[in-house]
Design a protein around this ligand. Structure first.
Ligand code: IPE
Ligand code: IPE
Ligand code: MG
Length: 249
């Protein structure tokens, strides 16, 4: 497809009226995408990483202020050593090759999840990317790597106890503030690619009232148009937060 055709296709997408303040994506299905093509899982992860570049530029362009991506869970360490090595290699490579462009595009990179357990080289690159982009405000990009919702809650409890807070003073806001997403609004929309209907330990506290959008499309194929579809669907959801419409009383 030529450049002008791509632009034309983009222009035919209906306008988005409701842009979520915070989108979180469970980027799943790399392995199945590869299998369907007779490729190995590593090839699927590489294709997934390529896709991330495309989705990031679409997210910036659409004006989404916060994006959280689930890249590696605390349970993913249980995968074969060779696959874990591939995934660690890919995060390093993405940080090496993408940070500068993301910095130029106004993206602030933040790591969420446990730093402990990650190789020093990866930790240093994460810290470098965070420092280099810390004053950017166009898009906050939370990279959930070695992230688990339960681990995050355990760490928050430990921090609260260490601070010696009075138990009676602990509120939901106290817990939220001690999570690695502290200071950011909860996700409005959680997208899961690859079709599985579960959260897999992702943002289990923050997901309380998130709208869920699950698509069978595998992550490497989840393009700008699919993202647009997800945000459009979000715009048609009626969020009640446990309340009823005032005229239904
Ligand atoms: C998502 O793809 C990437 C990670 C979990 C790291 P998968 O590797 O889980 O792909 P499937 O679900 O096996 O297809
Ligand atoms: C969730 O996918 C984790 C990431 C996308 C990083 P998994 O593939 O690990 O989830 P399960 O095992 O199918 O629940
Ligand atoms: Mg999976």
């Amino acid at each position: 497809m030529s450049k002008s055709e791509t632009t034309a296709a983009a222009e035919t997408l209906p306008p988005l009226t409701h842009i979520p303040a915070h989108i979180a994506i469970i980027m799943d299905g790399n392995g199945r995408w590869a299998k369907a093509r007779g490729l190995n899982r590593a090839a699927g992860h590489r294709a997934g990483t390529e896709n991330l570049r495309r989705v990031l530029s679409a997210v910036v362009e659409m004006g989404v202020p916060i994006l959280t991506i689930y890249a590696f869970s605390t349970e993913n360490w249980e995968r074969p050593r060779s696959e874990v090595r591939v995934l660690l290699g890919l995060i390093e490579r993405v940080l090496d090759t993408e940070t500068e462009e993301l910095a130029r595009n106004g993206v602030r990179i933040r790591h969420i999840g446990r730093i402990s357990g990650l190789p020093t080289r990866v930790v240093n690159k994460i810290r470098q990317a965070e420092a280099m982009t810390r004053y950017n405000e166009r898009l906050v990009l939370n990279v959930a790597f070695n992230y688990g919702g339960r681990a995050e809650i355990v760490d928050a409890i430990r921090a609260i106890i260490n601070e010696g807070l009075d138990p009676d003073e602990i509120t939901e806001d106290t817990v939220s503030a001690h999570l690695t997403t502290g200071g950011l609004p909860d996700p409005d929309l959680i997208i899961r690619t690859g079709g599985d209907q579960r959260l897999s330990n992702f943002m289990i506290w923050q997901a309380a009232y998130a709208e869920l959008y699950i698509t069978p499309i595998f992550w490497p194929d989840f393009d700008r148009e699919e993202l647009h579809k997800a945000i459009l669907a979000f715009g048609h959801r009626q969020r009640r937060f446990g309340r009823v419409e005032s005229d239904e009383a």
